[in-house]
Design a protein around this ligand. Sequence first.
Ligand code: GLU
Length: 443
Amino acid sequence: MTKTVPADVQNNVANHLNSHALPSYLDANNLGPWGQYLQQIERVTPHLGNLSRWVETLKRPKRILTVDVPIERDDGSIAHFEGYRVQHNMSRGPGKGGVRFHQDVTLSEVMALSAWMTVKNAAVNVPYGGAKGGIRVDPKTLSRGELQRLTRRYTSEISMIIGPTKDIPAPDVNTNEQVMAWMMDSYSMIEGNLSTGVVTGKPISLGGSLGRREATGRGVFVVGREAAAKRGVEIKGARVAVQGFGNVGGVAATMFNGAGAKIVAVQDHTGTVVNEGGLDVARLHEHVAETGGVGGFAGAEACLDREAFWGIESDILIPAALEQQITEENAPRIRTKIMLEGANGPTTPEADDILAANNVLVVPDVLANAGGVTVSYFEWVQDFSSFFWTEDEINARLTRIMQEAFSAVWDVAQQKNVSLRTATFILACTRVLQAREVRGLYP
Ligand code: GLU
């Protein structure tokens, strides 16, 4: 990252981080995703008019909480993990965003993810600010009991800053409905009353919403259809390549396949599988359920090495794994027409420029993957009113919100001659900073 980040941004980050005496692993030579986000803010600032006097608000999280999460292991030893909850902005509503359990979680990453939630929530106009949480842990190394103790202790450590009208966590990488159920239960026990609205992405039996599990992938599909229409790509027969086959990539692949597209390549942490005639997506799901990943799938014609994935020719490419996958190194090799960012932050700003020059239409994360938090919003509303909607109602409302957001972003991009990412940031940051301005400073 170092060499690709402009000096002024590096200085900003270095000053910012040093002045707050953040932990040493977050040094300015390894800016990571937060540096990536700051560059995106630099790009939108010239388009904010008078609101740019508030733009500094977006360059620093409102609140950062770092917590030690100790648990007793099954063998009786004590293990400590570092966890975070970052509330980036709350001008438009309570904090909202997922919790990630991953061995590579850093504060820089959680800060960036929280900021992208601020932008995402404003882009689809749900009444939330942005927040994110995470624990640096490989959950595959924990037993179910250890995972439960970790989740409950983390919830207790952040319980003073979360709540149904304060900050509402949700699933993200390696967290699921069960983890949300434990978080909801822990928070409710601490508060002494049932508090279903404190997290979203819960099991249906516990105030969860129909359609939430599929919502992010469905949203990727909906904006993909819109983008394809603009770019003159037929979904029927389109060649689709997907990185990540979890809750986002797996669902998106199924939906594109259902609409007649061929899934020609899938990559995850276990391998890269390719079939020119189209992978059998249902069988691939079965294989993943049995083995934990796509690697070794019998229905693949070829298994490529990791980097070769980016050179596969496609009409639609869906990065749906982790951030900073598409860089100035591999972006020149990408041969696709439309890229739908199912993951958060998969593309560095330098790669963005290369893709634009190569005429790849990039639908950015803060728009493309907003379907998840949109149905989280529906879940939260349903919990408050204890009145639950049908799956058809949810899907219809989700589709309408995603289509309207895409169309508004498209219009801004045309008017200002900017990328869809900058257009989304223009719309979203304007909403956030208008709220910031009209609220005014306290005291
Ligand atoms: N973790 C998801 C995201 O990155 C969903 C967050 C939520 O539903 O609050 O958008």
